[in-house]
Structure formats: C-alpha cells, structure tokens
Design a protein. Structure first.
Length: 173
C-alpha cells in the first residue's frame, strides 16, 4: 500500500487496470424504407440528394423486422434509397423522384391549358417533363396544385383549376 492513500501500489490511477468494455454500437430498425439514406457506424455518413420516379400509392403494412446485429441496420421492405453499416460507411442516394405520368395526371394538366399566367406556364412545363421523361418532378406538381387551388378559390365552384387541383393533390405523397 502507498502511504496515506489506502491504495495498493499496483492498482489505481495511472496503472494497468483493465479498461471498461466499449459500449455496444447502436442499431437501426426500419419497417419500410422507400427512399433517402441511412447509415450506422462510427463516422458513418448518409446523403440523400435524389429524386425517384413512380406513382405514389398506399402500401400495405411493412413486414415484421428482425433486430439487427449490434451496429447493424435491419429493413423490412426497401423500395429505394441507400443504406450502409460499419465504420466509415457511406450511404449515398442520388435517385430522382418523379410522379408517373398517369392518364389522370395528363387529363388534369390538359384542363389547365385554358388557364392564364403562372399556372398555365407551370402546367406546360409539367407536360414538357412528361414528354421528355415520362414523369413530373414532385415539387413542380406541388406548385401546380397550390396555384390551381388558388385559382379555383378566387373563382369558386367546379372550375377546371379546382378539378385539376383535386386530382393532382390526390397523386402527391
């Protein structure tokens, strides 16, 4: 023992005491993953700067998900995005999210051809996106729905803008 410390000389601060065990890494459990990015692990990173093509619709309940190993990721159903697990892991999603050009969407945009100003311009832009790639960027459709809703509200009743706004809003996630 050391004088006045009540400690054995081979134990205590500055000695070779066994280190506490490291904390177990956390885990991530996701029932349904339809896009985005997720990463688990020391210095792991996730980056989602993408957009995806597809019609939005209700999905059944996600399947049961088993618990992952410590530090891992468990996903019941994955329909888009990126996932990575481990030290320095990187999950990067660069997909593009478009709303598919359904007959209902094309009909709604056709109704807006008779509108004026910004609403007509944005609807024409959406039709051009459909011709170029088969879908419309979700943000543009949201903008058109808002503009059409405003136009319908200023006139009232079942105008073409009101019908289009309702149809487009129903398609958005």
């Amino acid at each position: 023992m050391s004088a006045g410390t009540n400690e054995d000389e081979d134990e205590g601060p500055g000695t070779d005491m066994p280190a506490a065990p490291p904390e177990p890494p956390g885990s991530i459990v996701i029932g349904e993953f339809a896009g985005g990015a997720v990463a688990a692990g020391t210095r792991a990173t996730a980056d989602d700067s993408g957009r995806t093509l597809g019609a939005h619709g209700a999905t059944p309940s996600p399947p049961p998900v088993a618990a992952p190993l410590p530090g891992g990721i468990s996903i019941g159903r994955m329909t888009g995005g990126a996932a990575a697990s481990g030290p320095d892991a990187q999950a990067i999603s660069r997909s593009e999210r478009f709303i598919e050009a359904t007959p209902r969407l094309i009909e709604a945009l056709t109704l807006l051809r008779g509108e004026t100003g910004e609403l007509r311009t944005e609807a024409a832009r959406a039709e051009e996106e459909i011709r170029a790639g088969g879908g419309v960027e979700e943000g543009l459709l949201r903008r058109i729905a808002v503009l059409a809703g405003r136009a319908a509200g200023s006139v009232g009743g079942q105008t073409a803008a009101a019908v289009a706004a309702a149809a487009i809003t129903g398609m958005l996630p």
